[in-house]
Design a protein around this ligand. Structure first.
Ligand SMILES: [Zn+2]
Length: 404
């Protein structure tokens, strides 16, 4: 069991090596030692030592020379994406996503499991089986560093278990981290889904920067991942980001907490579908509303009054939540994503932008910039795998809770 900040799974050692790898990763065309020296301030001798070791261990390669005119041509150093991999698993009520990420953060393999009518123990066994299949598809399975798991909160991250996730009650008390570690024989870590999603977005953001931002995750439930000064905000127990009971409409639907118009219940797919006069139970479990949501969005875009009104109302409610979060935290950016968002965004994205401009009570002194997630519906699974790579690979400090 390893519980550390800024640990280095690669075992390549130093902060300097992580720093150099991170810079090279972010430069698809590669970087020369001269550029690396300029960016890091490291001495030429130190740089030579660090890069020699990274080349020897296969993490980077010499990718030809560039330069014309006077002076020596520069040798470009490029990342070797297949040097290491990480598995990412996203446990979600509607669909479990499993990805195999290479060292460049690209998806090498992708699978989905739809949990229809099977127990959590059977689902867990299926996840382990798929994960092992992905690992054994590699020419060298030993290159997989570990498995990151993103799951709905609340979680006990120190024990690696799910507490009582409202939409996955049968998983309550499951020691997911240790179980998946045992099934895959890999180091494993567990992170709340919205935090993993934010980590994934930070990984792919230009220059790794999102500044002070929120990731609004819209799936079967709604939550936010937060990044302050480019660092994911976890909170005291790594459960930050639950906004389900933020009241966004005093006349909204009743919530199990006793209030009306909480964000969670107001944005639930079933609420939207029933507001729009559409069937909300398209599959036997009523958990996978994707087809129905596609139909809702299409009808709204075609101008059908009830579906359009249902989505406009949802946009206004979401805008109120974004304004409250922005007022509280003084943010710059809001990234919008998750499986339900991805389906509704053709209508919802412009509607949220319009609603934001008309929402009262704004105290922020600059407008919140809206972005679409760069990782689509895989964002939490990719983020979970990035957490594994993060500890290995970036100079950015991060919490890791690893067991093996
Ligand atoms: Zn509530």
């Amino acid at each position: 069991m390893l519980s550390t900040r800024g640990s280095n799974l690669l075992g390549v050692g130093t902060y300097n090596q992580a720093l150099i790898l991170d810079l090279i990763r972010r430069s698809p065309e590669g970087m020369s030692r001269v550029e690396l020296a300029e960016k890091t301030g490291l001495s030429p001798q130190t740089l030579t030592n660090v890069t020699r070791r990274l080349v020897a261990e296969g993490f980077i390669t010499e990718a030809g020379k560039v330069g014309s005119g006077p002076g020596k041509p520069r040798t470009m150093l490029a990342l070797e994406p297949s040097a290491r991999y990480a598995l990412g698993v996203h446990l979600d009520p509607a669909v479990t996503t499993i990805v195999l990420l290479d060292l460049a953060g690209r998806i090498a393999q992708h699978r989905e499991i739809h949990p229809t009518g099977v127990s959590s123990a059977q689902q867990l066994a299926a996840i382990g089986e798929v994960a092992n299949t992905l690992v054994s598809s590699l020419p060298d399975p030993g290159r997989v560093l570990g498995v990151g798991i993103a799951a709905p909160g609340p979680l006990d991250t120190s024990a690696g278990l799910l507490l009582n996730p409202p939409l996955l009650p049968e998983w309550s008390g499951t020691r997911l981290r240790d179980e998946l570690g045992r099934l895959t024989r890999l180091p494993a870590l567990l992170e709340k889904d919205v935090i993993a999603a934010m980590v994934g977005e930070l990984w792919v953001a230009p220059n790794g920067e999102l500044g002070d931002a929120l990731f609004f995750y819209y799936g079967a439930g709604a939550g936010v991942g937060l990044s302050l000064a480019n660092t994911p905000l976890r909170g005291a127990t790594s459960n930050a980001g639950d906004i389900a009971h933020l009241i966004v409409d005093p006349d909204g639907p009743p919530c199990e907490c006793g209030a009306r118009g909480c964000l969670g219940v107001s944005l639930e797919p079933a609420t939207l579908l029933s507001d729009a006069g559409l069937d909300s139970a398209p599959d036997p479990d009523g958990r996978d509303p994707r087809t129905a949501l596609d139909a809702l969005c299409l009808r709204a875009l075609e101008g059908e009054p009830l579906p359009a009104a249902a989505l406009t109302r949802a946009a206004e409610r979401l805008a109120r939540a974004l304004v409250q979060l922005d007022n509280l935290l003084d943010l710059t950016d809001a990234v919008l994503g998750g499986p339900v968002w991805a389906r509704l965004s053709p209508f919802l994205r412009p509607a949220v932008a319009t609603a934001l401009a008309h929402t009262g009570g704004v105290t922020a002194v600059r407008p919140l910039v809206l972005h679409e997630s760069l990782l689509g519906t895989d964002v939490a699974a990719v983020g979970a795998a990035c957490l594994v790579l993060d500890g290995a690979f970036t100079a950015r400090p991060s919490h890791l809770l690893i067991t093996d």
